[in-house]
Design a protein around this ligand. Structure first.
Ligand code: MG
Length: 162
């Protein structure tokens, strides 16, 4: 089997009094994502896409939100741990694609920094990581600025660190 593919999804509630982290970038906004960790829904979706491609379950099994060890943890640490599992698998990242759905704030100015941070955490070239951002057209909780959701897809190809 030369290729493996995985998908990931995550949604977090937006609340006042929390910093907003997305794609390992702190984004100035009046609210932030609630979560046991720093709430970085983009990184969580990406972790799930990679774990899915590896056939290794989901982020909740690897980093349970009932474990005090993960209280307030930077999600970049979780992504690095998942990257370790990719390396062990004998596959390497072929490409990654991400969709962020947020009514606010405007994310275009931060996409390049997200790409730089994530590609550096994963040890991949920026050209294999694509980040898309869109609104929810004012619909539902995401459109009502109560939450931010992310989807991710990961493709792995055989060959790489073992
Ligand atoms: Mg999450």
């Amino acid at each position: 089997m030369q290729f493996k593919v995985g998908i990931g999804y995550d949604i977090h509630r937006l609340i006042a009094g929390r910093p907003l982290f997305l794609g390992a970038v702190e984004i100035p906004y009046i609210k932030g994502l609630l979560g046991h960790s720093d709430g970085d829904a983009l990184i969580h979706a990406l972790c799930d896409a990679l774990l899915g491609a590896l056939g290794l379950g989901d982020i909740g099994e690897h980093f349970p939100d009932t474990d005090p060890k993960y209280q307030g943890i930077a999600s970049s640490k979780l992504l690095q741990a998942v990257k370790g599992l990719v390396d062990k698998s004998g596959y390497q990242i072929n490409n990654l694609d991400v969709v962020i759905i947020a009514q606010e704030p405007k994310l275009v100015p931060f996409k390049q920094q997200m790409k730089e941070n994530i590609s550096s955490l994963l040890g991949i070239g920026q050209e294999v990581l694509n980040i898309k951002a869109k609104t929810n057209e004012g619909l539902d909780a995401v459109g009502n600025r109560e939450a931010i959701a992310c989807y991710a897809a990961a493709s792995l190809v055989k060959g790489g660190v073992k």
